[in-house]
Design a protein around this ligand. Structure first.
Ligand code: DAK
Length: 255
């Protein structure tokens, strides 16, 4: 039976890993299938937000048992990084709803999402150093961007995880909620985002990424100006502004 699945609820896609006996550790099969599912998500214009939610534990890392015997080339063949990049590049908002452990490759999976909501019992970290390796699926790049170089180095060098409150304080997660309302909080956020103009969301996401990579503020702002102006060619821009003038709620169609 598959250990990863995609469900749909309204305009929300829900990606779920179901390998509880291994704390949802990410096997090659799971990540290979994730690549395929992400392609489906990208093609499905009806999905406006993606939530990754794995019950009890987000993911306790890549599958250690499947990696032990790897040499350099076999390790490289664990195609985590391109799949997580595919997730990061989706033109829709993505939310990681984190319960329990989000470690190693699991932490990197959460980092490839746009928003992270953690349950109070979540434990997040990069224990790779304790296995004689280091993060290899975007962790050394995305963590410093998010929480700064010093905190990222501390987490990656020590391998010590942080609890949800600390994760919130250092900016690793957006919100912390009691475990029993984690799903509801993520679902509400997804529903809220699903009502926004999809093309404007996609443009904002792309522009933020471009800005983070731009060599200067000016270069980033130039990209922003183009993306911003381009939105005036969309029906949703007319709808949003007309709705404001007519004092009604806009209905965005992604056109
Ligand atoms: N892999 C495989 N199995 C795992 C696992 C993992 N990462 N984490 C847990 N499990 C399994 C355990 O082996 C155990 O299975 P059985 O022994 O019962 O068969 C079951 O899940 C329950 O775990 P525990 O008995 O250990 O549960 P505890 O509550 O006592 O401890 C724990 C929970 C999360 C503290 C502990 O399980 C733990 O330390 N797990 C390992 C965490 C870890 O080191 N994660 C990082 C893995 S390295 C790549 C890019 C990136 C990566 C790889 C490649 N390329 C681009 C090539 C990423 C690497 C990693 O993530």
């Amino acid at each position: 039976m598959g250990q990863i699945m995609l469900k749909k609820s309204g305009h929300t896609g829900i990606l779920q890993i179901t390998r509880p006996q291994a704390l949802n550790a990410l096997s090659r099969e799971i990540v290979d299938e994730m690549a395929w599912i992400l392609e489906k998500v990208q093609e499905d214009r009806d999905i406006r937000v993606l939530v990754i939610y794995n019950e009890k534990n987000f993911a306790a890392g890549a599958d250690i048992k499947g990696m032990i015997g790897c040499g350099r080339e076999e390790a490289r063949a664990f195609v985590f990084a391109p799949v997580f990049q595919k997730l990061a590049d989706l033109p829709i908002p993505t939310i990681a709803a984190i319960e329990g452990y989000a470690l190693g490759g699991g932490m990197e999976l959460a980092l490839a999402c746009d928003i992270r909501i953690a349950a109070e019992d979540a434990k997040l970290g990069f224990p790779e150093i304790n296995l004689g390796i280091m993060p290899g699926a975007g962790g050394t790049i995305r963590a410093p961007r998010l929480i700064g170089e010093a905190k990222a180095k501390e987490m990656i060098f020590t391998g010590s995880g942080v609890d949800a409150r600390t994760a919130l304080a250092i900016g690793l997660v957006n919100r912390v909620v009691p475990p029993d309302v984690l799903w509801k909080t993520a679902e509400e956020m997804a529903q809220r985002l699903a009502q926004k103009a999809p093309l404007a969301l996609a443009a904002a996401k792309k522009t933020i990424e471009a800005g983070l990579r731009a060599g200067s503020v000016e270069a980033g702002v130039a990209v922003e100006t183009e993306a911003w102006a381009g939105l005036f060619e969309t029906k949703d821009q007319k709808e949003g502004m007309n709705a404001f003038v007519e004092k009604r709620k806009p209905v965005f169609r992604g056109k």
